[in-house]
Design a protein around this ligand. Structure first.
Ligand code: KG4
Ligand code: ZN
Length: 344
């Protein structure tokens, strides 16, 4: 079965064709980074206008790259939430029109389910059950992944997402958007032990996260630092900030692994590209004798291929969406039995 997956949940317009929920034949992403960079974050109004401009060429390019014709596509999968309403609407209404005009069934996919299943685009995916940390600009969640379509939420952020913390710290230091990749590089030249920023572990055994206190602590520190620099470099600041985020992400994910007894741990989402995070996860996994894995960078950040994987498993179960479904800015994964999967 060939599924065309489409994601316009935030600032990237993406489409991909995936065979049998495993093999991506192409993955096209039109990035809007240049557009949002001067603003230090995504401007929703600009994002939706840019999606409208790019959705058709991106889908056409994905068919061309896969050397396929639209009539060879068996199903369509589109992100219906969570995300920016204006952005989501472009993807959903484009897909509805395509489905109607070409007579191809479609399903509405939860973006977080896409991130969780992105590891199935790789050669050796983990066996069920496994623990998955989805860590991106919009989300920081821990799941016990029992099977396709069966996700038990274990923890979530109570305020900012980890990627959001990277982006906000980058913004206050004037490093532009997105902050993650820049901080990742700069931190390599800094001392992560130079400043002791707070680590929000919350109550013992809590698997929830909180990063807004850390962001405020960095902002307060930077204010003082600007007036009385004591041999501390900007690289030391970002390295110390990054270490604080990573300590908590690794600590809580490994606690989830202990609590569930899973042998495999997955990390997904844009922040899973972070080099120091990967190194720390490898060390922690080795100590515990468990396996940690992540998808290649292009499947960590937002992409249509992961949406096609999730959509494939929905279509295989006979789920088909009707034409009256809507987008959802909030869409917790425990509400997966949503109208997006119903016929209407
Ligand atoms: O998954 P994604 O593309 O979009 C969302 O669903 O949010 O993730 C984007 C986020 C941004 O916050 C970006 O700063 C962060 O992922 N990111 C990174 C790295 N690459 C991207 N954070 C830390 N280190 C990186 N190397
Ligand atoms: Zn995402």
């Amino acid at each position: 079965m060939y599924v065309l997956g489409i994601d316009t949940s935030c600032d990237d317009t993406s489409a991909a064709i995936v065979k049998d929920g495993r093999q991506a034949l192409c993955s096209v992403v039109h990035s809007q980074i240049k557009l949002h960079h001067p603003h230090g974050g995504v401007v929703p109004e600009l994002a939706s206008r840019e999606h409208i401009r790019n959705i058709l060429p991106v889908v056409q390019q994905s068919l061309k790259k896969a050397n396929m014709d639209l009539n060879e596509i068996n199903g369509l999968a589109v992100t219906v939430g969570p995300g920016l309403i204006g952005s989501l609407l472009v993807g959903l209404y484009y897909t509805k029109a395509l489905s109607y005009a070409a007579g191809i069934p479609y399903v509405g996919v939860n973006h977080l389910e896409g991130h969780i299943l992105s590891i199935f685009l790789e050669d050796s995916p983990p066996p069920f059950p496994f623990v998955c940390l989805t860590v991106s600009g919009g989300h920081t969640n821990l799941y016990h992944v029992l099977d396709f379509g069966q996700y038990r939420p274990l923890g979530r952020t109570l305020d900012d997402a980890a990627g959001e913390a990277f982006d906000k710290v980058a913004k206050l230091l004037g490093l532009g958007y997105p902050g993650g990749p820049v901080i990742d590089e700069m931190a390599k030249k800094g001392d992560p032990t130079k400043i002791s920023f707070p680590r929000a572990y919350m109550s013992k055994n809590s698997l929830d996260f909180s990063f807004s206190g850390l962001k405020t602590a960095v902002a307060l520190f930077v204010k003082k630092w600007r007036s009385q620099d004591k041999g501390i470099t900007i690289n030391d600041i970002v390295a110390s900030f990054q270490e604080s985020v990573i300590d908590v992400l690794v600590g809580k994910t490994m606690l989830a692994q202990e609590m569930t007894g899973c042998s495999h741990v997955c990390i997904a989402g844009g922040v899973a590209c972070n080099s120091r995070l990967r190194q720390r996860f490898l060390e922690a996994a080795q100590q515990r004798g468990v396996t940690v894995m992540w998808p290649r960078p292009q499947y960590c950040t937002d992409n249509g291929a992961m949406i096609a994987v999730a959509g494939y498993h929905m279509l295989k179960k006979g789920q088909v969406a009707g034409y009256t479904i809507d987008v959802r800015s909030r869409f917790p994964i425990d509400e997966l039995q949503s109208p997006s999967t119903s016929r209407d």
